[in-house]
Design a protein around this ligand. Structure first.
Ligand SMILES: Nc1nc2c(ncn2[C@@H]2O[C@H](COP(=O)(O)OP(=O)(O)OP(=O)(O)O)[C@@H](O)[C@H]2O)c(=O)[nH]1
Ligand SMILES: [Mg+2]
Length: 318
């Protein structure tokens, strides 16, 4: 380990905002230094509670995150917020809006806010988010809120990292219960019915509750529905209480360990895959070379099994 990495890690542990920001950029760009720093910091992780917040665009996720963050700050808990927007390659309007809304926290050093909009060129936004969460954990954040727009597999993978996942819904505007993607329903530990000031809230809640009643309990937990009006800070106390209840429900060592082991198993597989792909790419098998091989296979000039064996042989694996 280099002195620079050690120094950098020390600053992160101390919560130095610039050191944290630089490390996140390094993680996003897959710089080798990022891994070095993460390795040093890993023993300091495992303290933070990670809350995933997902839902369709505009349902009020950022407003809710902002409200929850304020609550945790009142309890003196250091908070990290990561807003992931996989749909836009650059920081888009929505994220800028988030920044402005979260200005209320701008002078509070106990809160760290970062938006991530870019996919690393080697893919793996979920992996990047997981590493950023570890970093914030090592930096002393005790609650980490990760906001992501729940549409694709990437987002589902991101919330899989979370200790507790909130699915944010709102009445009306086509967000009808029937239209909600099954994948999103399955990942919710708590369902937040935000914009409960709107018409159709009662009917929506009835439908949602009926639908959730059909789903099997998970380890004795039945996901509750919590009504909120985030803009007026209504129901957010009940939401924080529901999160605490969920946390308590899974606080017993055995299920928590099982969940952790399962999560690390998945992450190890992802890392292995990523590492392997990086090595393969390093051996000159980039996109173009891969297409060339795929062409040969498509034209039946080569079988796919031999093709993969040849690729593995290039990186010294049989
Ligand atoms: N009426 C009403 N409006 C709300 C409520 N919560 C949020 N809003 C408004 O809904 C709009 C979207 O809120 P955001 O918090 O940005 O929603 P979001 O889910 O983070 O949006 P994206 O990140 O773009 O997907 C804003 O104009 C909010 O002021 C609510 O409870 N009631
Ligand atoms: Mg948002």
């Amino acid at each position: 380990m280099t002195a620079t990495a050690n120094n950098w890690a020390d600053k992160i542990r101390a919560g130095d905002v610039r050191a944290i920001s630089r490390a996140i950029t390094a993680i996003e760009n897959h710089e080798p230094e990022a891994e070095e720093v993460l390795r040093l910091l890993f023993p300091d992780t495992g303290q933070a509670y990670l809350i995933g917040v997902t839902g369709s665009p505009g349902t009020g996720k950022s407003t809710l995150v902002d409200r929850l963050a304020s609550r945790y700050r009142k309890q003196q808990l250091p908070v990290g917020i990561v807003a992931v927007d996989p749909s836009s390659p650059f920081s888009g309007g929505a994220i800028l809006g988030d920044r402005i809304r979260m200005q209320g926290h701008a002078t509070d050093s106990g809160i760290f806010i970062r938006s991530m909009a870019t996919r690393g060129f080697l893919g793996g936004l979920a992996r990047t988010t997981a590493d950023v969460a570890l970093l914030l954990d090592a930096a002393g954040k005790r609650v980490i809120l990760v906001e992501t727009v729940g549409v694709g597999q990437d987002e589902v993978d991101i919330v899989k990292l979370a200790d507790c996942t909130l699915v944010v819904l709102m009445p009306g505007s086509g967000d009808e219960v029937q239209a909600i993607k099954a994948g999103i329903m399955e990942i919710g530990d708590i369902f937040v019915l935000n914009k409960a000031d709107r018409e159709g809230t009662d009917r929506f809640e009835q439908q949602l509750t009926a639908m959730l009643a059909l789903a099997p309990e998970r380890d004795g937990w039945r996901p509750p529905v919590v009504r909120t009006v985030a803009t007026e800070d209504k129901g957010t106390q009940q939401l924080a209480a529901a999160i605490e209840k969920f946390r308590g429900h899974f606080a017993a060592a055995a299920p928590r360990n099982a969940k952790n082991v399962e999560r690390w198993k998945q992450r190890l597989l992802e890392l292995l895959q990523a590492r392997l792909m990086e090595r393969v790419a390093g051996e000159g098998l980039g996109e173009a070379a891969l297409v060339a091989v795929a062409n040969e296979v498509a034209e039946r000039k080569k079988d796919p099994y031999s093709a993969v064996s040849e690729i593995l042989a290039r990186v010294g694996l049989k």
